[in-house]
Design a protein around this ligand. Structure first.
Ligand code: PA5
Length: 410
């Protein structure tokens, strides 16, 4: 991953060093565990053992919401892997009955296992969909066989899901207690669905570790992650409170949704500062959002997430030359069209003095996935610390869970 960030409004180097020290100390004292989990071989072995145990199922229904859903979904979508081995289906991120039915109708229950993911074990959306799915599975294969086909990813020490799993004899994978939902993609939460689908999780973890080590060992304040964080914190302080991640690869669309969550839930803590993350997709959104970006208010920071190499070599047909105005495109590769669209759009915004940064991936593979997750996890923590907000809690989400409970209890 390469970054080209023109941080016009820099934060003082001393502030960046303070934020680095604070983040490192949260990891050293064990308060946060999402950087050190990358070295936890026992955790990876538990995941791989579970994959062996469940590999006989052709389908896996993953049930979770928020941080217990978005990471695996984004990585599988980016790698286009689902179906290589076990085919993954997702439910739990909505209680819309028509959507739940539509997913359930596609599932061949006799060949399906269920992975219910909830760190707390008490999230209404997840647990209500889980019990509906469990009933379907039990109807198809019987209670005994169903019990062998269920694996719960949850807090290893307490919680309603853990208790239930123990009572029923279901398999379980731990979500380490010192890792919050939106920082959990590189734990059993994201890695079990990825591994069983056929993704090489060793490669994902290796690139995540490489970037983490590079950041940890970096002397000074000019590491690309710190610059990214400082750039966003500085522009937010100046009122540029909309942060646009403009991804130029269709496969990165769900990464945009993962980014929106980690950015919003981590940084939205104060009435005076807190960026609104926007996930845009190029070139699609050039024909939807770009007019506003170009000529609308100067309240946004843009990050272009681009890709150097696409797998397909598809070219534009010669016949396009028959349309005089488009003749210049004949024989160009579609990858060239993507690159030109990203470059042209970034240039146009930069020329209007809008803050533009570029994050470039060589290609979309397991290594890139490890890098993207690690990059944004460290970046959002650093941005939060630079903004003097706690990037690791989510009181607003907990409040809304409480209100739903109250409404339904009445
Ligand atoms: O990032 C977070 O903490 C949240 O988005 C949670 O992941 C989400 O609310 C689901 O929580 P749980 O895993 O406890 O069901």
């Amino acid at each position: 991953m390469r970054a080209n960030l023109k941080a016009s409004d820099k934060i003082a180097p001393g502030e960046i060093m303070d934020a680095r020290r604070e983040l490192m100390s949260l990891h050293k004292n064990g308060e946060q565990g999402w950087l050190s989990i990358l070295d936890n071989k026992k955790h990876v072995k538990e995941i791989k053992d579970a994959v062996k145990q469940f590999a006989k199922y052709k389908h896996l229904l993953v049930i979770g919401i928020g941080g217990s859903d978005l990471g695996a979904r984004a990585a599988l979508y980016a790698l286009r892997t689902s179906g290589k081995k076990t085919q993954i289906h997702f439910a739990g991120s909505t209680t819309d009955p028509d959507e739940i039915n539509a997913v359930f109708e596609q599932i061949p229950w006799k060949q399906t296992a269920i992975n219910v993911i909830s760190k707390s074990g008490g999230t209404l959306e997840t647990m209500s969909v889980f019990f509906a799915a469990k009933e379907r599975l039990e109807k198809a294969v019987g209670v005994k066989k169903a019990a062998k086909a269920i694996i719960c990813t949850t807090d290893p020490e307490s919680g309603a899901l853990l208790d239930f799993a123990r009572r029923k004899g279901y398999a379980a994978l731990p979500v380490p207690q010192n890792i919050g939902g939106r920082f959990s993609v590189l734990t059993s939460v994201g890695l079990f669905p990825l591994a069983i689908a056929g993704v090489n999780i060793d490669k994902v973890l290796a690139s995540a570790k490489k970037l983490r080590d590079e950041w940890v060992k970096f002397g000074g304040t000019s590491h690309m992650i710190d610059q990214f964080a400082a750039h966003h914190a500085a522009h937010s302080a100046k009122g540029r409170n909309i942060h646009v991640l403009f991804s130029y690869a269709a496969a990165l669309e769900q990464i945009g949704k993962w980014y929106r969550q980690i950015w919003a839930e981590s940084l939205g803590k104060s009435p005076v500062i807190g960026p609104t993350p926007v996930a845009a997709l190029g070139p699609t959104d050039q024909h939807s959002q770009l007019q506003l970006y170009q000529d609308g208010p100067d309240d946004k920071v843009y990050t272009f997430l681009t890709v150097s190499m696409f797998s397909s070599k598809l070219k534009v047909s010669q016949d396009i030359a028959k349309l005089e105005k488009l003749a210049y495109a004949k024989n160009q590769s579609f990858a060239d069209l993507m690159r030109a669209a990203a470059q042209g759009t970034a240039q146009a915004l930069a020329e209007q003095n809008k803050p533009v940064g570029i994050l470039n991936l060589k290609k979309i593979d397991e290594s890139a996935i490890g890098e993207i997750f690690t990059f944004f996890e460290i970046a959002v923590a650093m941005t939060g610390l630079l903004m003097h907000v706690n990037p690791f809690n989510q009181p607003g989400v907990e409040d809304s869970k409480q209100r739903v409970q109250e409404i339904l209890s009445k």
